[in-house]
Design a protein around this ligand. Structure first.
Ligand SMILES: Cc1ncc(COP(=O)(O)O)c(C=O)c1O
Length: 397
């Protein structure tokens, strides 16, 4: 073949070098939108599914798959499917569970604001109805499921922002008895505290943006489920395309390596912070499943098997005003007032301003999300430093 031009050399030079006979220890970032094979028959076999491989990034990517395998291992699941965000994962699980206009959803009233909005607005506009229930009232849940005949029952293992704990084994029984599937958003619990699928859930959903990745530098979501459900999710993902990118998957995969270490420290820190907050005069009420006065304390103890009670808590400031909350949050020096959770850093958030803003004041009040409620994600810093920061910020309240 005649020597190629510099234009061609610039494009192809260096590519398709001999295959290495070594493997990097950590999975590398496969930053490629497509994959080629020596034989077109191989490509055809990968397309048909008779050969394992990758053809196009929306169908799968090796780095993303490594992250999915890690999550499946942590959840004790047959498979897991990654998404570009936690909300994409929530949406994907609902779609795979078969929500349609004639198959509604029963959902916990206390859930992340965007999940609430997805159901109460976006899906409602498509004719998919949702019945919101107090997920801790099993008689109410049972009655709602019998009446609505949903295809999906959705709840958070530990709820955002009130830290209600869902009785997943009982909810699984009730859902299955009525032909529904149970979808558990286990973002706050993580597989360190709870393996939702072992407890009776059909889909375990995570915003991997939070504890799984853990360092505040990535947006990601993932759903763990059976092979059959995951295959359906992959087929659906191919056409709706909310794929996780390889860089994000790599960061999340790296984050997972320290998930148990971080969670062990964060749960221990959160318990101490919650205990301390209960005795502060500026604090009217603390929501934390590890406090004996929490309504689901013993359920949490048995569900989480003594591993801890999570690292999320919320508390109502005395007076319950936005001014009191703003003043407190602005005085914090170490703890960051950031709109996220589950990072190594301690974080506070004002649900009325951010996570549950879209609900509006009336609905928030109805759900028990007061104007004085502060949500806190306890990090891995020394707990004495976290408490000292809270103390100085509360002192001026
Ligand atoms: C419980 C829960 N589920 C889902 C989400 C959505 O995750 P993402 O922000 O990654 O889309 C969040 C976000 O805060 C959350 O708290």
């Amino acid at each position: 073949m005649k020597e190629t031009s510099i234009f061609t050399q610039a494009v192809h030079g260096g590519e398709r070098a001999p295959r290495p006979d070594f493997r990097p220890v950590p999975t590398p970032i496969y930053r490629s939108s497509s994959f080629v094979y020596d034989s077109l028959q191989d490509l055809d076999d990968v397309f048909s599914g008779s050969k394992v491989g990758y053809v196009y990034a929306r169908y799968g990517n090796p780095t993303v798959h490594a992250f999915e395998m890690a999550v499946a291992a942590l959840e004790g699941a047959e498979d897991a499917v990654a998404y570009s965000s936690g909300m994409a994962a929530v949406y994907a699980a609902l779609m795979a569970a078969g929500v349609r206009a004639d198959r509604p959803v029963v959902c916990a009233a206390d859930v992340y604001g965007a999940t609430y909005a997805l159901l109460a607005k976006t899906l409602a506009e498509l004719g998919i109805a949702t019945r919101f229930v107090d997920i801790t009232n099993l008689a109410e849940v049972d009655a709602a499921i019998k009446e609505a005949q949903p295809t999906a029952v959705l709840c958070e293992a530990i709820s955002n922002p009130l830290m209600k704990v869902a009785d997943i084994p009982r909810l699984g029984e009730i859902a299955h008895r009525n032909g529904a599937q149970l979808l558990v958003d286990a973002t706050f619990a993580t597989p360190y505290l709870l393996r939702s699928l072992y407890c009776g859930a059909d889909f375990a959903i995570h915003s991997a943006t939070k504890y799984l990745a853990g360092h505040g530098d990535v947006l990601a979501g993932v759903v763990a489920a059976s092979n059959e459900r995951a295959a359906l999710m992959r087929e659906q993902l191919k056409v709706f395309g909310a794929n996780l990118g390889p860089e994000e998957a790599w960061l999340a995969l790296r984050g997972i390596k320290t998930l148990p270490l971080r969670m062990r420290e964060q749960c221990a820190n959160a318990q101490k912070v919650a205990d301390w907050l209960t005795s502060q005069p500026q604090v009217a009420r603390v929501n934390y499943p590890g406090l004996p006065e929490h309504p689901q304390y013993s359920l949490a103890a048995s569900l989480f098997g003594g591993a801890g009670y999570g690292a999320m808590l919320s508390f109502d400031m005395q007076g319950g005003t936005r001014e009191a909350v703003f003043g407190f949050m602005q005085r914090l020096r170490l703890i960051q007032p950031a709109t996220t959770l589950g990072d190594v850093y301690s974080l506070v958030l004002y649900p009325a301003m951010s996570s549950h803003r879209a609900l509006g004041p009336e609905l928030r009040a109805e759900l028990g999300i007061g104007e004085g409620l502060v949500r806190m994600s306890v990090g891995i810093e020394a707990v004495d430093d976290i408490i000292a920061d809270l103390q100085q910020a509360l002192a001026a309240s």
